[in-house]
Design a protein around this ligand. Structure first.
Ligand code: 3PG
Length: 309
């Protein structure tokens, strides 16, 4: 009987695990669970006899793939798959997948949680500012960006967006109530708030640098629900020093988060743990999609959403 492992350092909601179990067992497979593990050795041991693996931001490095001798498919229940060693997967014939769009709503809602946290001064009793009429720039325009655009329009914000595909097809912007701009520079020149949604890869690494951030006004805000790797963290310190009203909220603590908080206090905000996709709904959507994808790959070689082609 094929065995499927759910390995989540940050567990899914209970309802999501129950749904995954139903799908996996319903397909005639066995489900194993490894939650809240802190020792990689536990992961290496748990993958030894599994054909399917479901993870979240868990790092699936070459040694994990090497230890998983029977592995056919690994599904990252979520969007960003920078935690999967794709080359190692391909080298061993393991299909790697993500579940695009399944947790986007949760992340998009959190963008506004962060934004209100910053613009209302951490709800500390002092006068803040409103979102209505402000210019927000969406840096990336995928599943999350489109939902952020809808919510931002609901707040009465002016919404701009940049992504390479949108720049090629600006008409798509209109459909979603956003003004498409030609390049990131134009986005940062025009807006006062930026929401980051791009994946972490060689092209985006440290791409949010001094030149871009300096185009934002004195009271500029960056909301990062993407990855910390896309920020040039030294440049962030520089800009927050030079612009004493500049604010930054991130779902993944910066490598220099302690320094940011020490120097800039409430102007630098971070989740304790990545919370963007941490809702029951997102866990259920992404978890169930993962389970179905694992089953369909093993049973029918259905490779929809494969990311290591
Ligand atoms: C994603 O890429 O889907 C999000 O960053 C969610 O990550 P998580 O599953 O670790 O919360």
């Amino acid at each position: 009987m094929a065995k499927v492992l759910v390995a989540t350092e940050k567990p899914f909601a209970k309802e999501a695990v129950a749904g995954i179990k139903k799908i996996v067992e319903g397909a005639g497979f066995e489900l194993a669970l490894l939650e809240k593990y802190t020792d990689k050795a536990d992961l290496l041991k748990a993958v030894a006899d599994v054909e399917g693996l479901i993870v979240r931001s868990d790092k699936i490095t070459a040694d994990v793939i090497e230890a998983a001798k029977k592995l056919k498919v690994v599904v990252r229940a979520g969007a960003g798959y920078d935690n999967l060693d794709l080359a190692a997967c391909s080298a061993k014939g393991v299909v790697a997948m993500n579940t695009p769009g399944q947790n986007s709503n949760a992340v998009a809602e959190l963008v506004f949680g962060f934004l209100l946290q910053l613009t209302r001064n951490g709800f500390d009793g002092t006068a803040g500012t409103e979102l209505k009429g402000k210019k927000i720039g969406l840096h990336a325009f995928g599943h999350i960006g489109k939902i952020v655009a809808r919510i931002a329009n609901g707040f009465g914000m002016e919404v701009y967006a940049f992504s390479p595909s949108l720049a090629r097809n600006p008409a798509l912007g209109k459909e979603h109530g956003v003004i498409a701009v030609k390049n990131p520079e134009e986005l940062y020149d025009k807006c006062e708030i930026i929401s980051l949604g791009m994946p972490a890869n060689a092209d985006t690494k440290e791409s949010i640098n001094y030149d871009l951030m300096n185009r934002l006004p004195e009271h500029g805000i960056i909301i990062n629900t993407a990855r910390k790797e896309v920020m040039n963290e030294a440049d962030l310190v520089r800009i927050m020093t030079e612009k004493p009203k500049f604010r930054y909220a991130t779902d993944i603590a910066a490598s220099n988060q302690a320094e940011l908080v020490e120097k800039f206090g409430k102007r630098a905000f971070s989740s304790v743990k990545k919370m963007g996709a941490q809702t029951s709904e997102a866990n259920i959507n992404a978890g169930l999609a993962s389970a179905n994808q694992v089953v369909n790959l093993i049973k029918k070689d259905d490779r929809t959403y494969q990311v290591n082609k």
